[in-house]
Write a protein that binds this ligand. Structure first.
Ligand code: ZN
Length: 363
């Protein structure tokens, strides 16, 4: 069975611009909304606390060049260990472990999860099949979420005492889709609350997943120059997004908040992880656990925004408060420009192409 690995095309920078500016088609002639009184940016702190999370375990995107996902995850775990990143939540889609153990992909998927928890890293729920809240009825969505639970419970049991105090009832919405109507959104949230779940919101989303297909294409070509450029771009995009979300959340909260970084278990992620962690440390990042980050009161607020696309939590807060903070020009163009790299009609040149000029729709 093939699972959707990336977000649908509805997740676009244009959508984020709409979120952050609060502007809608047909409303552009309206006067800009009043700036909330509390929205005044605080000075940056000398350091910032960040929790790392990894989505789509055990299988995300194209396989590594040697086909060995267990070894690939081992490289991720080694990087976390070297940098002292504590208790990285891996959000699991159990469907990849379902089937005949004689099949290499099924055995490999189970081995990936075993190695994750054996390294002392916790697991959380990302639904059984990475189900899309925009495309299924609510009962089916909740059933898919529940279907994942026995596997998570078993993994924690198999890990012995290594995951004590690290509950598996932590939920990451696939595609970050929290509901396109308030009714749908509130029903899922009520279900999670009643079943003892915590929602793992995201504050830094550098669209890492979009780097994985071009990485696989360039690796298949043996194009080392393109791979190196892709690696550097992955790091720089994530550093820029860290700076940007620090600025945005200081504007929204009036102080430095704790952050949650979203990564995926993919080939480009693995390739760049060590350098990404080093670059973040140079930015003043201190690694913390997800639970510590989510205990920041910033995440206790409910922006109550129905949206048809996935967006990091600060964008929803900005939308609720009518604070304009459009995404960067690089992020607006990222998915499109990555799609051209090592594609049939393009070489590495697209990596160094200038980003599209901003097309802000802010009134
Ligand atoms: Zn996912």
């Amino acid at each position: 069975m093939s699972l959707p690995m990336t977000r649908p095309l509805v997740f676009t920078a244009a959508a984020l611009i709409s979120i952050s500016s609060g502007s809608l088609a047909g409303c552009r002639r309206s006067p800009p909304p009043p700036a909330p009184a509390a929205a005044s940016s605080a000075a940056p702190a000398p350091f910032v606390e960040v929790a790392v999370t990894v989505d789509d375990l055990p299988v995300h995107g194209p396989p590594p060049p040697d086909g060995d996902r267990v070894r690939m995850i081992g490289r991720m775990l080694d990087a976390f260990h070297r940098h002292g990143v504590p208790h990285v939540y891996g959000f699991v889609n159990g469907a990849k472990t379902d089937g005949d153990l004689g099949l290499p992909e099924v055995a490999g998927a189970r081995a990936v999860l075993r190695s994750w928890v054996a390294a002392g890293h916790p697991v959380g729920n990302h639904t059984w099949t990475h189900v899309n809240l925009l495309q299924v009825a609510l009962p089916d969505y909740l059933a898919d979420l529940e279907r994942n639970e026995p596997l998570l419970e078993r993994l924690v049991t198999e890990a012995g005492g290594r995951l004590t105090g690290l509950p598996w009832k932590v939920f990451r919405y696939p595609y970050l889709f929290e509901g396109d109507t308030l009714e749908k959104r509130n029903t899922v949230r009520a279900h999670l609350r009643e079943h003892g779940y915590q929602i793992a919101e995201v504050s830094i989303d550098g669209e890492d997943w979009a780097f994985n297909p071009p990485f696989a294409r360039c690796a298949a070509r043996g194009d080392q120059k393109a791979l190196s450029q892709l690696h550097d771009r992955y790091v720089s995009v994530h550093v820029d997004e860290l700076r940007r979300m620090r600025e945005m959340t200081r504007l929204l909260a009036g102080r430095e908040v704790r952050h949650v970084l979203l990564l995926h278990a993919g080939v480009a992620d693995t390739d760049a992880l060590d350098d990404l962690l080093t670059a973040y440390e140079k930015e003043g990042v201190r690694w913390i656990e997800l639970g510590t980050s989510l205990a920041d009161p910033f995440y206790a607020q409910d922006p109550a925004q129905p949206v048809r696309f996935g967006a990091a939590f600060p964008y929803l807060v900005a939308r609720a408060r009518q604070v304009s903070f459009p995404p960067s020009a690089v992020m607006r163009d990222l998915e499109r420009s990555l799609a051209t790299i090592c594609s049939a009609s393009n070489g590495a040149a697209a990596l160094t192409a200038a980003p599209q000029p901003p097309t802000s729709s802010t009134p």
